[in-house]
Ligand binder design. Sequence first.
Ligand code: MG
Length: 299
Amino acid sequence: MNRKEFLQRSLAGAAAVAVGTSSVELFSSCTPKNKTELKISFQEGTAPGEGLNAKFDYMEQLGIVGFEPHGGYLLKNFDEIQKALSNRNIKLSAICAGFGGFILAEDPAVKAEFDTSMRAIIDAAGALGSTGVIMVPAFNRQEPCMPHTLKTREYLCEQMHELGEYALKHNTTVILEPLNRREAHYLRQVGDAAAICRDSKSAGVKCMGDFWHMSEETSDYAALMAAGPEYLQHVHIASRGNRKMPGEDGAVDNYVDGFRALKEMNYPYYVSFECGTNGKREETVPAAVQLMREQWELA
Ligand code: MG
């Protein structure tokens, strides 16, 4: 608050005292509530129901505003998705991978497969207004893979630059997802992904955080803040013990610290479910949504 704002608020406070306003009301008038909206997104398997329209009806009733299909599902069902989304209060959030090959493949044929299939998904994602296409540079199981060296990082940044520029031309982005070390030791932390975004020198290269994989981080708040509004384009959520619905693992399912970062940066994108369930979806899905909304208020 600068001096002018301080004086204006002090004067408003004095006027309120003069008409007998309580001290609680005075305090709340000095601390404006953060109005950042929690925009929740589901993948195609999250909601109960058969078929897209039944799932979207269910989602709308719960106030879910984003849909995150797998890239393969998007390509196969492009027309159906486009039609089902029209006249709905649901938008395409991010696209979850779905390409073949991988960007750090040593085999040129596998790299070429990545280039072709990733671009096809980017085209479709942009045409339907998606925030971006999620990708992992290399899973541990993908071999032969370029060695984890400085040269490989430089190569990755060059390749990401090209991909980012391509995505921008198609009105979308590419989103790097860090995973935990059991799945992908190459990229494990949100801050590292953000640094690759920066060094790729393309506004089409973004990153995300996944609360499940973020067991790699020492602080949810610091991790998401390290990406910040310039690079953070998407968030995944799951329970933190077994990757089920938020809340299914009890007290460890605490997202308040991360949500606080999202609120402070006025995060405009989606928090998207990426998880299974041990219970009945009709019960565990609404319970998870309620838990997220309660923790968002606390953050
Ligand atoms: Mg994820």
